[in-house]
Design a protein around this ligand. Structure first.
Ligand SMILES: [Zn+2]
Length: 469
């Protein structure tokens, strides 16, 4: 009723009038994408939640939604997709080759569903906890043959006309240490760049790019397990995005929220960080779900992933049938941070390292180690810090210190988390949905069908063509 009144008022106020084939239900569409979030990541996080709360019936919000399905993710060039091809498939409904963004394999520019919504008068919000020019958010506004073209991607973000784009940073601001002039391009298009939620609260601009106040780590906000007081988080950014859209486009909006750090932790084979960020993603979903509860007749929420990362499983050869994810509550530092710390240490003693492992991983205290595991750690400590003979572990986003990699192997042998890869896999990903048109997401699908089903939901629930603002 409120919406009908608003629409009537908009007509009376003499706003521009047009009609549309698929206005106006649902008026609020949320698409949540967990980057690298396969069924293993989701179910391990749920298992962890049950283990630490000791409530075997506890569920994640996403797994409690009424519609649950699966989605295939292969790209035009490989059974194992990257985020650029998968993001393009989800955003545009067309398969492309790995590395390509918003373009078909023959470099024809593709149109994202966000553009269609924009043309219909919806406001557009994009939120991620990795870089705002990373492949997943960029698939909704950019058309480039290579996902690494950060300056061009940044220019297209400025020109998109979207009301809200949020992420850790924009890597196109500088190239080889030199400013590129990208910031002034945002000025030219009346887009206000703010750093942090406090600055956001002080602006009344209609078009905003929200970035982290931490300008050094422009590729990712801190993992949830090591977030500091006052850090931006995916839930707080999602809340801010909803508030912004309700201020500037209260009638209708489309919002994509990406949990991008799940993928980074998967590449690192860091179980606790994956779980922490899946839980954070679920908390961000809660923000949209609360919105859905306020507008249940007008809201559609779809949750999926672009691909799986790491071949993550619950259960490995070390633990067999005795996986125990609750031990991961003792891990307070990510593999990336711990590895960087190890690389900076000069001539540490074993006693110092032992204290650190007790504090940051609970080894020997909350997690009793076998003599064999203690010897393994001591031997690798010597090989890393004394004889310097050990080789590190290469992954996509980092080269892990050999001692740090061994610490995480020991952690896995207690938690029972298994990995088959430091890259993506072709495993299918989950789809969850609630709200207007959510039943359309029930059959198993391919990632090219996500946007088609969102369009279908909008068509199916249209009433007589309405005046668009
Ligand atoms: Zn990845």
């Amino acid at each position: 009723m409120r919406n009908i009144l608003r629409k009537a008022l908009a007509v009376v106020a003499g706003c521009a009038l047009s009609t549309s084939a698929w206005a106006s239900h649902p008026d609020y569409v949320f698409l949540f994408i967990g980057d690298g979030m396969g069924p293993g990541q989701v179910m391990t996080a749920q298992n962890y939640l049950r283990a630490v709360t000791q409530r075997p019936d506890t569920t994640l919000l996403m797994t409690s939604l009424p519609v649950t399905s699966l989605c295939t993710t292969y790209s035009a060039s490989s059974p194992v997709t990257d985020s650029a091809a998968a993001g393009t498939a989800i955003a545009t409904g067309t398969k492309t080759r790995n590395n390509m963004l918003g373009m078909a394999s023959d470099t024809t520019a593709l149109r994202s569903i966000a553009r269609d919504f924009q043309q219909l008068g919806y406001g557009i919000g994009l939120v991620t906890n990795v870089a705002a020019d990373d492949a997943t958010p960029a698939a909704f506004y950019a058309n480039v043959p290579d996902r690494g073209m950060y300056y061009e991607i940044g220019r297209q973000a400025a020109e998109s006309g979207y009301e809200f784009i949020a992420g850790a940073g924009l890597r196109g601001f500088s190239k080889q240490g030199q400013p590129t002039g990208l910031a002034s391009h945002f000025d030219r298009y009346n887009v206000k760049i703010v750093h942090g939620l406090d600055e956001l609260a002080q602006t009344d601009a209609n078009k905003v790019v929200l970035l982290s106040p931490d300008t050094i780590h422009n590729y990712r906000i801190n993992y949830a397990i090591e977030a500091r007081q006052g850090d931006m988080s995916l839930p707080s950014m999602t809340r801010a995005a909803i508030d912004h859209m309700m201020r500037v486009r209260p009638q209708q909006f489309f919002m994509m929220v990406e949990g991008g750090a799940i993928d980074h932790a998967g590449h690192a084979n860091d179980g606790a960080s994956v779980i922490g960020d899946v839980l954070d993603f679920d908390r961000a979903l809660r923000e949209a779900y609360n919105f859905y509860l306020a507008y249940p007749e007008q809201t559609l929420i779809v949750v999926t992933a672009d691909h799986e990362t790491g071949g993550m499983s619950l259960g490995n050869n070390a633990t067999g049938y005795w996986a125990n994810t609750a031990v991961l509550a003792n891990q307070h530092v990510s593999k990336d941070t711990f590895s960087d710390l190890c690389n900076k240490l000069s001539d540490p003693t074993w006693d110092e390292m032992e204290r650190m492992l007790r504090r940051d991983f609970g080894f020997w205290d909350a997690i009793p180690l076998t003599d064999k595991q203690t010897s393994l750690l001591k031997d690798m400590f010597d090989a890393t810090f004394v004889t310097h003979s050990a080789k590190g572990q290469q992954a996509l986003y980092n080269y892990y210190n050999p001692f740090a990699a061994t610490v995480f192997d020991v952690m896995d042998s207690h938690s029972g988390i298994g990995w088959t890869s430091i890259k993506h896999t072709g495993n299918p990903v989950p789809v969850f949905a609630v709200g207007v048109g959510s039943e359309l997401f029930s059959p198993m699908s391919d990632n090219t069908e996500i946007s088609a089903r969102i369009r279908e939901a909008c068509k199916k629930y249209q009433h007589t063509p309405v005046m668009m603002r």
